[in-house]
Design a protein around this ligand. Structure first.
Ligand code: FAD
Length: 220
């Protein structure tokens, strides 16, 4: 890894509203770390498909896992080109004109090929990365994967080389002549917030709710 930014390539150059594009690692990492769902695109048997899935990041690598029978993972493991997007929605931008409505967001687009992890220890470590990424603290408490479960699970790694971020912030940008139009204008902030944990009582009385569940990604 060299430098603080990803090199721009022909396909990662943000064209429209280029000032919203970002290539520095800090911005990209922060978006990847706040999100935990990505959309993976690839061509399978001649037809494009986009599938949503969870992921984890460690350094300059993204890990994606699933059933060993998973078609997306099987195809990705053959080294085909894939593209991965991560999207965080921060708010609805309500302008005075229909035309200037927008969304405040932070997003990342990645291009690359995936490598299939075959070493069980490496797979196990990657699964921990994904678990920690989605809910830190969980892995320490649960029964770890058995060898059979590891064998039934595929894990792919995507290196972060060809990457772009795009960020929109701020109020609506209306045309001067619309400023007198009497529609309410502004930003409606949106975020993912945890609800009340609902214990599973199938095994009897539930243990105390752990801190990492009670305080899950709570913004203060
Ligand atoms: C939540 C959300 C809602 C959006 N709504 C709209 C909408 O309604 N209409 C609309 O036109 N656009 C919308 N966008 C922006 C959209 O993602 C594209 O940026 C936009 O369509 C510009 O296309 P382009 O022709 O410049 O991009 P292209 O020329 O296709 O993009 C060139 C390269 O720029 C980079 N890039 C482009 N967009 C992004 C991105 N969002 N994040 C990271 N890298 C990117 C990629 O590397 C891409 O390969 C939205 C984005 C988000 C996250």
């Amino acid at each position: 890894v060299t430098g603080d930014a990803y090199n721009q390539t022909d396909r990662t150059r943000v064209r429209r509203l280029a000032k919203r594009g970002a290539y520095d690692r800090a911005t990209v990492h922060a978006i990847l770390d706040e999100g935990f769902i990505c959309h993976v695109a690839m061509v399978v048997d001649g037809s494009p498909v986009v599938l949503p899935t969870g992921y984890g990041r460690a350094g300059e690598r993204l890990f994606i896992h699933g059933s060993a029978a998973n078609r997306m993972l099987k195809t990705a493991a053959q080294g085909v080109e894939i593209s991965v997007a991560v999207t965080l929605v921060d708010g609805l931008v309500l302008a005075r004109s229909a035309f200037h409505h927008s969304i405040n967001y932070r997003s990342v687009v990645i291009f690359g090929t995936a490598q299939l992890l075959t070493d069980p220890a490496e797979k196990n470590a990657a699964l921990r990365v994904i678990s920690d990424h989605i809910i830190r603290g969980r892995w320490n408490e649960v029964r770890p994967p058995s060898n059979k479960e590891l064998a039934a699970t595929s894990v792919i790694a995507v290196d972060l080389n060809e990457v772009s971020a795009k960020v929109r912030t701020g109020p609506p940008i209306d045309d001067e002549e619309d400023m007198a139009h009497p529609a309410w204008a502004g930003v409606l902030p949106l975020s993912i917030q945890p609800g009340e944990p609902a214990a599973d009582l199938q095994a009897g009385e539930a243990p105390v709710i752990p801190e990492y569940v009670k305080n899950y990604r709570r913004r203060t």
